[in-house]
Design a protein. Structure first.
Lengths: 319, 276
């Protein structure tokens, strides 16, 4: 009896596995067409001299690593290097991306934690405050870029007006146009838009911490600040880590906000924006794809880090 | 007692500050959208004018309404398409043990974190190859790249947490996997599908890079591109009033939706760790 039952179970399991493959097929085919194939083609373009004109007629030819790095010896024996890896514009974009990502994620994590701590306390109107902070997150990036572009306008912007009326500045600042403030402007808008998301992720983490831990600390007469650093922060660390890596991935590929808020500014151009310029404005599919491939490699590294550090539950076995 | 009052005041000041910072920029956009002429260039904190001229200007242009229609169509079809494929796929990933499942889930997660620029030139070629350039289908196809992995990931997380027992009775009765999905899981999945669908819709509605690259004519634009490319009578003159009116028009429905589904969205965000 027991024998036949396991036999039946096994055939059931086989039937389920067969069904599973059928169920996965449409998704897999779709992802192969819209993700895997275009990615491989883009990487492929980075090894050719393709341009907007030659991309379709097959006249582009294989150039190996020339788009990345090429050694040229001139007739007079002088050695010249060219390619993305020795392009100062590229390294400027890398530096901007890294700078933007590090500062924005650090600010968003800190402010997000503060907002989460406020929202974790019980007070009247907490629901309303939570609703209010969802607004920046709900606004499309294009809209927030335009909205803030208007508020930060050099002549008629309300930010300059406010700062001048309280005496913080003497003359209006061209926030988005000046090289020294452009990055600050981008950071302000990104922090404004994304802190709510961080706060909500951290609030979810905070609410998992059992209340009796705080009560025990209170009975022992431990100072709240000490409790925060000794109890809350260590317990919240996994949630913070996942949120930070996730945001970093998003920050590294930023495009919309910078493209719209500070167009053509060298002080803010990121890897995505530079690659887009190369592809769409200059029609250089070789170098543009080389740049996007390098960005892809960097982000893949971070994804692997996220999966490893975040201990993402892939097997479904509850930890 | 004095210390308590001091602390409470400080706390509520923090609360008020958070709310003002979160809400003020959109409030200011609304104020601007009702102003015309020189009033617009006069920064104010309280409403001083009320004119619907900017809204008339936006809505009288057929192109803007057209782009709202485009966005609705593209985001709607993309999401329906993604959900359809995600339900069966996430059942397989969440409830059936098979070899390579972990690797597959990891790949799906990795795809959802792709930088869009990394596939741009390949997709551009593909879209042209299929003859879809400058048509809504170009965007429906390309948006699948982020809506599909996201919906699959969130629905898988959700389905995995359902108890084994709900399936057991059906299996004992000899129900096929297809019947199990449609009869047992689908009724339970509705709430999760609404949330995931809404988040994927917002993602598709807001997308900018693909929409900018794969459309060229004014009639094919989506809302974000239309707002980004709104121009005034001359190149130098930026029509701030109309831009703000258009922004308010497309953002208010989103905010209303987000506020209605507030709790569910927060749960969905924390489950899927979705991008902002």
């Amino acid at each position: 009896m027991a024998q036949s039952f396991t036999g039946r179970e096994r055939s059931l399991q086989q039937q389920r596995v067969r069904a599973a493959y059928t169920f996965l097929a449409p998704m897999l085919i779709m992802l192969a067409v819209v993700a895997a194939w275009p990615l491989l083609r883009s990487i492929g373009f980075s090894f050719t001299d393709a341009t907007a004109d030659t991309i379709f007629n097959g006249e582009s030819k294989w150039v190996g690593f020339e788009n990345y790095l090429e050694r040229r010896v001139r007739s007079n024996g002088e050695v010249r290097w060219r390619g993305v890896l020795v392009d100062p514009d590229w390294w400027n974009a890398v530096w901007n991306t890294v700078r933007f990502s590090a500062v924005s994620v650090a600010l968003e994590a800190t402010l997000g934690l503060l907002v989460a701590l406020v929202l974790n306390a019980e007070f009247k109107g907490r629901g309303l405050v939570r609703a209010a902070i969802l607004i920046p997150w709900a606004i499309p990036t294009v809209v927030s870029a335009r909205m803030w572009g208007w508020m930060l306008n050099d002549q008629f912007g309300v930010i300059n007006h406010m700062m001048m009326s309280v005496g913080l500045i003497d003359a209006p600042i061209a926030w988005t146009a000046q090289a020294d403030t452009a990055m600050l402007a981008v950071l302000i808008v990104d922090v404004w838009k994304t802190t709510p998301f961080m706060a909500l992720l951290m609030l979810a983490g905070l609410q998992m911490i059992p209340r009796d831990m705080y009560e025990a600390a209170k009975i022992d007469g431990i100072h709240p600040i000490r409790v925060f650093f000794k109890v809350t922060l260590p317990l919240l660390k996994p949630a913070i880590l996942v949120a930070v890596i996730f945001r970093a991935l998003d920050a590294l590929r930023i495009f919309d906000l910078i493209y719209l808020l500070t167009p053509q500014s060298d002080a803010t151009v990121t890897m995505s924006v530079l690659s887009y310029r190369e592809l769409q404005q200059f029609g250089d599919y070789g170098e543009g794809s080389a740049m996007s491939t390098l960005l892809f490699l960097i982000i893949t590294g971070f994804v692997l880090l996220y999966i490893k550090l975040g201990r993402v539950d892939l097997t479904g076995s509850k930890s | 007692m004095e210390r308590y009052v001091f602390k409470t005041t400080l706390f509520y000041m923090a609360v008020v500050l958070i709310v003002i910072v979160a809400v003020y920029p959109f409030y200011y956009a609304i104020l601007t959208s009702f102003e015309t002429g020189t009033a617009i260039f006069n920064p104010n904190v309280l409403p001083e004018a009320f004119s619907l001229a900017n809204y008339q200007a936006v809505l009288s242009k057929g192109a803007f309404i057209r782009s709202v229609g485009n966005s609705l169509l593209i985001a709607g079809v993309t999401v329906a398409f993604a959900l359809l494929m995600a339900v069966t796929a996430s059942y397989a990933l969440a409830r059936v043990r098979f070899r390579g499942r972990g690797l597959l889930l990891m790949t799906i997660l990795a795809v959802s974190m792709f930088p869009q620029i990394a596939v741009l030139s390949g997709l551009y070629e593909l879209v042209n190859l299929f003859g879809l350039y400058n048509s809504p289908f170009a965007l429906i196809l390309s948006y699948t790249i982020f809506t599909l992995p996201f919906t699959v990931w969130v629905l898988t997380t959700f389905m995995r947490d359902l108890p084994v027992e709900i399936e057991e009775a059906a299996i004992v009765d000899g129900a096929t996997p297809w019947v199990i999905i449609t009869r047992v899981f689908l009724p339970l999945l509705w709430p999760a599908m609404v949330t995931t669908g809404l988040l994927a819709f917002i993602g598709a509605w807001n997308e900018f890079l693909f929409a900018l690259t794969f459309t060229i004519s004014e009639t094919q634009r989506t809302v974000p591109v239309a707002i980004a490319l709104l121009s005034g009578a001359s190149q130098q003159e930026i029509p701030w009033g109309t831009i703000m009116a258009a922004s308010v028009l497309v953002t208010v429905p989103l905010i209303v939706l987000v506020l209605i589904f507030q709790r569910k969205i927060v749960a969905g965000l924390t489950a899927g760790g979705v991008k902002g």
